[in-house]
Design a protein around this ligand. Structure first.
Ligand code: BES
Ligand code: ZN
Ligand code: ZN
Length: 452
């Protein structure tokens, strides 16, 4: 497997240069080069490549068709997968070019190991190497966790992944399971009850207790069958990714700790498998949550908000300065915004503005959807405080967000992210498969909000 450090070469390393060239500039090339371009059919169309050979046949440089001005910021970097092995430098490269270069080269290959192609980029001038490596490492971690099949990644393995990250930064970790879980986190217990792999709540804390408290909560459903409200096979196919929220908060936590941001970080991951057996929870069941609110089960497939409710209630008890949750929570979010643009929800206008700004800057786009209180009526039920599934299938991502809000009262700021965690079709820097979403944007927001 590829490691971030192997992708970049130090400034000053011997390298083949990548020279951007526009169609207009093509006409003013020296005659011999122009001829070569003509015979190779190179027209400098965006991101097309042409090697320029020296007299002894060695590649001297590559001409690269300049990307169009509206191209994905990763597009230039993503030529990494099209170049032959070697070390390259590119004067036009930015931070996002370098990031795209690395993220493009990711492969999930433990079951079909392949030699990683060695295409290195000389660190572009002015790029913060520590930041770059932090982002690449965290993204690879998130992708690996999501891509790992559910037979290999269960609650135990998710716990092991969290322990590894916590240990690397000397964070204090506790994991609650068994009778204690049943008593203190009834919904996490209930959702995980039918699985042979036991449910648990992973909880780690890092940093100076005097610093502002930032708490991250991630949905860790290692596989979502839908429960008794079983999913059709086409919807179940990708459900190994239902721990995408957990993967993303672990990646974000790793970045925060590596960068030593001046915050007291806490990470909560309810880890469960939503399985089917005689002791599965049922539609129509009613449970009392950690917070004391009662929930009627309208649909056992709306399990994410149940486990998050108990984890958010715990997070909220210490009134954190910032509370974030990330979850592959609803299909409705995909219907609304598609796979690439995760919606977020918050009442904090300054936080929303900062998320929008940094989402764009980091090429990690996000879109705010409304916590439209009148839709609470869609999750009302005569027999409990809340129903876990909205009526009529309307505004599914909003009603899920409203459900979660009921468990957050004391946090000074709160935002919920309904992510997809998956790239269905390969795009520049984003190979098909598990994906980190909102992680880099959130890091930038946290770094800015709690700057020393
Ligand atoms: N894990 C799914 C949501 C999901 C589905 C995320 C597909 C990404 C892609 C979640 O647990 C779920 O099944 N939600 C239901 C809720 C409904 C029953 C109220 C949904 O969105 O259909
Ligand atoms: Zn579900
Ligand atoms: Zn789910």
């Amino acid at each position: 497997m590829l490691n971030a450090k192997e992708i970049f070469a130090a400034e000053g390393s011997k390298a083949v240069s990548l020279r951007l060239i526009s169609k207009a500039e093509l006409a003013s090339l020296p005659a011999a080069l122009k001829l070569q371009a003509q015979s190779l059919g190179f027209e400098a169309s965006p991101l097309s490549l042409m090697p320029v050979l020296s007299a002894n046949g060695a590649v001297q440089e590559f001409l690269v068709g300049a990307p169009s001005t509206d191209a994905d910021p990763f597009a230039l970097g993503a030529i990494s997968s099209k170049l032959p092995p070697g070390t390259y430098e590119c004067a036009a490269a930015t931070h996002l070019t370098a990031l795209g270069w690395a993220l493009e080269l990711y492969r999930y290959d433990p079951f079909r190991p392949a030699e990683a192609k060695k295409v290195k980029l000389v660190l572009p001038k002015g790029v913060d190497e520590a930041r770059l490596l932090r982002e690449v490492d965290a993204t690879f971690l998130v992708r690996d966790l999501i891509n790992t099949p559910a037979n290999i990644l269960g609650p135990d393995e998710l716990e092991a992944a969290a322990r590894k990250i916590a240990r690397a930064h000397k964070a204090a970790i506790t994991v609650i399971s068994g009778k204690k879980l049943e008593k203190e986190f009834p919904l996490i217990h209930v959702v995980g009850a039918a699985a042979t792999r036991a449910p648990r709540l992973i909880d780690f804390t890092w940093g100076n207790p005097k610093h502002p408290k930032v708490t991250l909560v991630g949905k860790g459903v290692v596989f979502d069958t839908g429960g008794l409200d079983i999913k059709p096979s086409s919807s179940m196919l990708l459900m190994k990714k239902d721990m995408g929220g957990a993967a993303n908060v672990l990646g974000l936590a790793q970045m925060v700790m590596e960068a030593k941001l001046p915050v007291r970080l806490r990470v909560l991951v309810p880890a469960v498998e939503n399985a089917i057996a005689g002791d599965a929870f049922r539609p129509g069941d009613v449970f009392k949550t950690r917070k004391g609110l009662t929930v009627e089960i309208g649909n056992t497939d709306a399990e994410g908000r149940l486990i998050l409710a108990d984890a958010l209630a715990l997070a909220d008890e210490e009134a954190p300065d910032l509370l974030i949750d990330m979850a592959t929570l609803t299909g409705a979010a995909r219907v609304a915004l598609g796979p690439d643009l995760p919606p977020f929800y918050t009442d904090d206008a300054a936080l929303a503005a900062s998320l929008n700004l940094h989402g764009m800057k980091e090429n990690d786009p996000l879109w705010q959807l409304p916590l439209w209180r009148p839709y609470y009526s869609l999750i009302e039920t005569p027999i409990a405080d809340l129903n876990n599934a909205g009526a009529g299938g309307f505004a599914g991502s909003i009603t899920a967000a409203l459900f979660l809000c009921r468990f957050v009262e004391k946090a000074k700021a709160y935002a919920h992210f309904d992510i997809f965690g998956w790239v269905p079709n390969t795009k520049p820097g984003r190979p098909k498969g598990g994906e980190a979403q909102a992680m880099r944007a959130l890091f930038a927001v946290i770094a800015e909000r709690f700057a020393k």
